[in-house]
Write a protein that binds this ligand. Sequence first.
Ligand SMILES: Nc1ncnc2c1ncn2[C@@H]1O[C@H](COP(=O)(O)OP(=O)(O)OP(=O)(O)O)[C@@H](O)[C@H]1O
Length: 341
Amino acid sequence: MTAALSVDSLWKIFGPRSDKIIGTPDAELSRADLKAKTGNVVGVKDVSFDVAPGEVFVIMGLSGSGKSTLVRLLTRLIEPTSGSVNLGGVDITSASEAELRDVRRKQVSMVFQHFGLLPHRQVIDNVAYGLEVRGVPKKERRAKAGEIVDLVGLSGYEMSYPDQLSGGMQQRVGLARALAGDPEMLLFDEPFSALDPLIRRDMQNEVIRLHSELGKTMVFITHDLAEALKLGDRIMILRDGAIVQVGTPDEVVARPADDYVKDFVSEVPKAHVLTLKWVMREPRPGEALDGPTLPVTTVVRQAARTAIASDAPIRVMDGDTMLGVVDEEDIMRVVVAEEES
Ligand SMILES: Nc1ncnc2c1ncn2[C@@H]1O[C@H](COP(=O)(O)OP(=O)(O)OP(=O)(O)O)[C@@H](O)[C@H]1O
């Protein structure tokens, strides 16, 4: 299957003569050392990854890790120093201005932290804006926008103006606007960072629901690990512009690539994230093998009740194949370790 997004050896170095650094030993320097030696700052350092169609791919990192730079490179809002980006079959790196405009209008929509709504337009016309730019006639674009307004739970607010809505509702308008043009991919740049925790949780659930209904490819930028774990099919962790780890949420939590990631995930409630894959074991000699079955993808916490209710260990399955077993004690070990940490 062709990737929805493919990034290959992408670099962005800010500062003088930045294109002369890649390929030299200076490129290997830490960000601080390179800055001290040459005055250049590495925004994105030799980043490669693929996003599959329909995947939710989260790019996570602390402030300064290069998230905003990377997301801007994806649609070439800034020029890369080297490397390539292929978005839905279009080579972004060599695309003409006209092709880029087309990609930004039709293939990818962005949702930002600052909603960027047009204050003097009603919700319906904010949502329809992208269609208007494309020249879709008023009746048609309003009908389409109306459908999307319903989809994001804003029915009844079509005629409201942005400043009459709460932050969470404004971000729903932002989401609706991004969806109205029926893009293949949504790019979220820290969209919920400014929202209250409860509203933020609602919006995350909204993203999960919309993804399951529409199946769009999503690239989601965040500095919040809990958000990354909740939303991502896979998570890519950046530090100083470089990739530290790419993996599924349970891989990242179970097998952090280094101390940096380990530190990040130390507070994560493991039983809520780890799947049986990480706690199953070989059956012991003589152990009963007629216990209940659960898929290997079951989260540990969800397996607890089954384990407690059964004398024989749970058989952990991949389809018809038994991969291992877990019993109550195996599960308690994860839960207790979590309480102690
Ligand atoms: N135009 C620029 N000129 C020089 N350096 C820049 C420029 N833009 C970004 N940088 C530097 O590149 C690095 C990565 O910044 P970037 O904004 O991409 O990080 P971030 O992870 O998005 O952080 P934040 O969450 O704070 O926005 C930082 O050291 C930043 O100072």
